[in-house]
Design a protein around this ligand. Structure first.
Ligand code: ADP
Length: 234
């Protein structure tokens, strides 16, 4: 429809501008990183006195560069496409959990798993992990008072095509219908400082590029369930 066309043209324009800006930001970040290191060396032992400040500078520069990487990935996903392999979803989930373990340790969250999928999916491993990390980190954020994180996978057909469903569900704050309708929009975030609003948008791009689908259901005060469907690797 015309509306879809306008939206996709708008997104393409946002993508172009974003990629341009992100590339521009990359250079000063590299310069800052280099200079920070020089200052540290020039200060020698005295650098110890400003240890906290150096750590903060390192962290913040790292954070900016992570945001820039996300922006580039959002704007130019094709440049970031990795190679495809066949994976058992349960294996990828198992490899992903250690990446978020430090967050789980700090929380009162119980992890429940149910791995039933026998089919394999075709996906770039890092990308599937990235999608899962996005979903799991969002779930952890939604359960600041603790709860249950449920990770499930099972064989499932969509429109007559064989595939696998991977579910990431939480018992967190949930979302209103209005919020839910925006979660996949680029730059939609309710996390003022911490969020970029790109996690789910990028996740959607990565999944749909593999012929899959990602969707969400939520109820305020009850929880949220994200569902990824991926076609079976032939
Ligand atoms: P970010 O995490 O940087 O905000 P995302 O695209 O990953 O970006 O998420 C967009 C927004 O969707 C979040 O800011 C949050 O408001 C909402 N959201 C995502 N996942 C959940 C969840 N599991 N429970 C409640 N809200 C969520």
């Amino acid at each position: 429809t015309t509306r879809q066309l306008i939206v996709s043209e708008k997104l393409a324009a946002i993508g172009e501008i974003t990629a341009g800006v992100a590339h521009e930001i990359n250079n000063p970040i590299a310069v800052m990183q280099g200079n920070l290191e020089v200052v540290r060396q020039v200060m020698g032992e005295r650098a110890e006195e400003a240890r906290t400040e150096f750590r903060l500078l390192d962290e913040q520069i790292h954070r900016i560069s992570q945001i820039v990487t996300k922006l580039l990935q959002f704007a130019k996903p094709e440049e970031y496409a990795g190679f495809l392999e066949r994976h058992a979803p349960a294996d990828v989930i198992s490899d992903t959990l250690p990446l978020v373990q430090h967050l789980l340790n700090k929380s009162e969250i119980v992890v429940e798993r149910d791995d039933r999928a026998s089919r394999l999916v075709l996906m770039n491993r890092t990308e599937l992990q990235q999608v899962l990390v996005n979903l799991i980190v969002n779930a952890i954020h939604a359960m600041s008072d603790g709860g249950t994180l449920s990770l499930r996978s099972h064989d499932s057909d969509l429109d007559g095509k064989p595939g696998v469903l991977i579910e990431v569900a939480d018992t967190g704050v949930g979302m209103s219908a209005k919020m839910l309708s925006k979660v996949f929009d680029p730059f939609f975030t309710t996390k003022r400082q911490e969020g970029t609003g790109l996690g789910l948008s990028i996740s959607q791009t990565l999944i749909s590029r593999q012929g899959g689908k990602i969707s969400a259901e939520s109820e305020e005060g009850v929880g949220t369930r994200f569902t990824i469907w991926l076609p079976e690797a032939s």
